[in-house]
Structure formats: structure tokens, C-alpha cells
Ligand binder design. Structure first.
Ligand code: SF4
Ligand code: SF4
Length: 355
């Protein structure tokens, strides 16, 4: 694929060119936050945003989504599928990694036709992050600081223009019939190299353990007292999972009209941190207690997901830490687990030497 240039003065024209052909979504400012929302002009969104309240997964997996409608009289069911061609503008690279994980989850073994219909008809325009989006992000540790191998169209801000790195045929279609897009000059290519090499040092490493050690760290910390400490703190509000780009648990419910003739089956986001989440028939709760639910959350992010599909269960976006009302944050939790294991290892070694 190739690299093109979109002068910033033509951004607005490009959005007008896409609007009408596609349903457009982008990071939109609301008060002092940003949210992914439908946009119609360049003035509606802001590519130079920090993070969004909810990740772009909400476009493929809406918080409430009708799945089927049924007619009881006629004994018929109708699937509800949304496949309108769409473009999401300004996806950060960490969120792109999360989308790849969701793609795998929703297409392997059992393919989720509702998610896949939206996903296959959506083109993603990612944007290079040139500085950390918040003090809670740790994308450098999680390896999500640069665009993943598969992408459609990737933008890099070089001042007066965006470099557009075309990653797929779908991405290339967004540039068709739009004349202001041109080849880069030598000066612009040098500027691109400079921008990319300057960004790396702006991002700190925050985890004390290496990414490759997290899975075994979580495994050997299964009985850590830290889970009880987190359980004492946690309010069980579920916000950490609702804002997470890699969480996808949902509940299914039916709504039937008063005459019991027609109805809708829909799904809504759910959270493993809510106290009814693991309640089953007879009132049995197979994961009681906030300490067990917190442990499950961390194991799922840093161990189970890697085991089941080889991908990251956390992309280091920091949204959960920014949202948690009692400041439970992944970096502090993982660092505490790591240092307790190191201290425990030293103690055991000393006892062996003395003994
Ligand atoms: S666990 Fe937290 S930091 Fe990791 S992807 Fe989810 S919201 Fe982001
Ligand atoms: S956001 Fe914080 S308090 Fe709420 S469930 Fe998650 S860890 Fe617990």
C-alpha cells in the first residue's frame, strides 16, 4: 500500500466528500470530555483528542441492541441487522488493538451476525498518538502505541497536513475521486520520520513487570491478599468494565407487547463486577464477593484472554482507572502484585539459605 498527503485545509472538504456515502462517526467534544458520535462536518469532531468516555466498540456493539423481532401470532422471527456503510474517524491505536480482539471473539467458533454485519461494513481511520492521552494510559507497556499490522487508513499529523498511510483496499476507497489528496514531497517524508522518532520518548513505561510476565504473575498471585484489599475498596459499580474497549459481556432480555403478540429480543452490556452477574437458578452465586470479582477481572484481562485467543485482554487505554470512583487502577494493581511476588521470592530464598 502507499502513503498520501491530505493538507489540513482540505480536511473539511474530505469529510463533506465522505458524508452521504457513509455514516460517519468521530471523537466529538462534549463539555470537557470526548465521545464517539455521528458527525457530518469537520467542525463536529476533534482528531486531536485525548481519550473518549466510551471506546469506539459502541458502534459495533451498542450498549442496547435489538437482535430479533418476533410475531407470536404468525409464529415468525425476524433478525435485526444493521449494515449501513460506516466510517469511524480518529480511532486511537490502542482501541484498534481492542477491535481486533473483539473481531476474533465475535467471529471464532460462533459468528455473531449482528456484530459482524456492522464490522464488515465499517472502515476504520486510525490516528497516530503523539503524546500520552492521560496519566493513566500505559499503551507503551502493552505494545499498543503504534498501529497494528492490519488497518484501513492511518493518519499521522505532521503540522499542516496529515500523512495518510493506506493499509487496505477499504481504506483506499476513502480517497477515490478526491483530488486534493496527493503524493508526499521529500520534505514531508523527512518531517514524518522526525515526528515518529520524537514521539517514543514522550511515552513512559509504567509497569514494573514485563508484558510477557503478566500471565504467570497473575497465575501465581491467585491467593494474593491484594484481592481482599481491592474487594474492600471496590463499590461493585461496574464502571471499569463498561468503559473498557475489550469487555464484551452482555445480557439478553425479551420485551413483549401488552397483547402478547409482538416482541423484541435485545442485548444490553453487562458487567462481571455487578453483584447479580454470577447469580444463577436457585439464587446460587458462583462468584460471590467483590474480592473474587476483582480477581476475575484482572485474570481475564492479563491471563485468560491471552490463553484463549493469543491476544491482549487489556490495551492500556487507562479508561478504567480514570473512571473508577475509588481509584482502583491496573498499573498500581499489577505493580503491587509484582513487588509482593519479588518480596516473597526473596523471603523464601533467605529461609532456604538460613535453613
Ligand atoms: S482494563 Fe482498563 S486499561 Fe485495560 S483496556 Fe480495559 S479500560 Fe483500558
Ligand atoms: S469502577 Fe472501581 S469501584 Fe466500580 S466496580 Fe470497577 S473497580 Fe469497583
Amino acid at each position: 500500500m502507499s502513503v498520501k498527503i491530505l493538507p489540513k485545509m482540505n480536511l473539511s472538504e474530505w469529510i463533506d466528500h465522505l458524508d452521504g456515502r457513509y455514516r460517519l462517526f468521530g471523537p466529538t467534544p462534549i463539555k470537557d470530555q470526548h465521545v464517539f458520535a455521528e458527525v457530518h462536518s469537520a467542525g463536529d469532531f476533534d482528531l486531536d483528542y485525548t481519550t473518549t468516555l466510551l471506546p469506539p466498540k459502541k458502534v459495533f456493539l451498542p450498549p442496547r441492541e435489538d437482535l430479533i423481532q418476533f410475531d407470536i401470532e404468525k409464529n415468525q422471527v425476524y433478525p435485526v441487522l444493521e449494515d449501513q456503510p460506516s466510517v469511524i474517524l480518529g480511532v486511537h491505536t490502542c482501541d484498534m488493538y481492542a477491535i481486533h480482539m473483539l473481531d476474533q471473539v465475535f467471529s471464532q467458533d460462533f459468528s455473531d451476525q449482528h456484530y459482524m454485519a456492522r464490522r464488515q461494513n465499517t472502515i476504520l481511520v486510525t490516528v497516530e498518538c503523539l503524546s500520552p492521552c492521560s496519566e493513566e494510559s500505559f499503551c507503551k507497556d502493552m505494545g499498543t502505541l503504534s498501529v497494528p499490522e492490519k488497518y484501513d487508513l492511518h493518519l499521522i499529523d505532521i503540522g499542516d497536513a496529515y500523512v495518510m498511510d493506506i493499509g487496505s483496499e477499504k481504506g483506499a476507497t476513502l480517497l477515490h475521486d478526491f483530488d486534493p489528496i496527493r503524493d508526499p514531497t521529500q520534505v514531508e517524508l523527512r518531517l514524518l520520520n522526525q515526528v515518529m522518532s520524537n514521539k517514543w520518548s514522550r511515552f513512559p513505561y509504567r509497569l514494573d513487570a514485563d508484558l510477557t510476565e503478566l500471565k504467570s504473575l497473575l497465575k501465581i498471585s491467585f491467593k494474593s491478599t491484594l484481592w481482599n484489599e481491592l474487594g474492600e475498596l471496590c463499590l461493585g459499580c461496574g464502571m471499569c468494565t463498561l468503559v473498557c474497549p475489550t469487555c464484551y459481556c452482555f445480557d439478553i432480555q425479551d420485551e413483549v407487547d401488552l397483547l402478547l403478540e409482538h416482541g423484541t429480543r435485545y442485548r444490553v452490556w453487562d458487567s462481571c463486577q455487578l453483584n447479580q452477574f454470577a447469580e444463577v437458578a436457585g439464587g446460587h452465586d458462583f462468584r460471590p464477593g467483590r474480592e473474587n470479582r476483582q480477581r476475575h477481572r484482572f485474570l481475564r484481562k492479563y491471563s485468560y484472554q491471552t490463553s484463549s485467543n493469543g491476544l491482549l485482554g487489556c490495551v492500556g487505554c487507562g479508561r478504567c482507572a480514570l473512571t473508577c470512583p475509588v481509584n482502583i487502577a491496573p498499573v498500581e494493581t499489577l505493580n503491587k502484585l509484582y513487588h509482593r511476588r519479588v518480596a516473597y521470592g526473596k523471603k523464601v530464598k533467605q529461609e532456604v539459605l538460613i535453613g
